[in-house]
Design a protein around this ligand. Structure first.
Ligand SMILES: [Zn+2]
Length: 79
């Protein structure tokens, strides 16, 4: 019973961390200063989000707001 609960928690943690790590490859667009920035996955854990908009603090201007995630796509071609 307890082992089962631990396994579920571990799987959930792996999913959350996996999502955060995938997100760390994205860049976020600050609407206040227009900067594209990326964040380490540890800072992306437990963030509020609606679709592709994430509530983050911009490292450039320090504004807390909704930042649009830009997935690493074929269009940009830069790493
Ligand atoms: Zn900014």
């Amino acid at each position: 019973m307890i082992i089962g609960a631990c396994a579920v928690l571990l799987i959930l943690a792996a999913l959350i961390i996996g999502q955060a790590r995938a997100l760390a490859r994205c860049r976020f667009w600050c609407k206040s200063c227009g900067t594209l920035f990326s964040l380490p996955w540890t800072k992306l854990l437990f963030r509020q989000h609606v679709n592709e908009e994430w509530r983050l603090v911009c490292p450039c201007c320090g504004q807390k707001g909704w930042c649009q995630a830009r997935r690493p796509g074929k269009k940009e071609g830069v790493r």
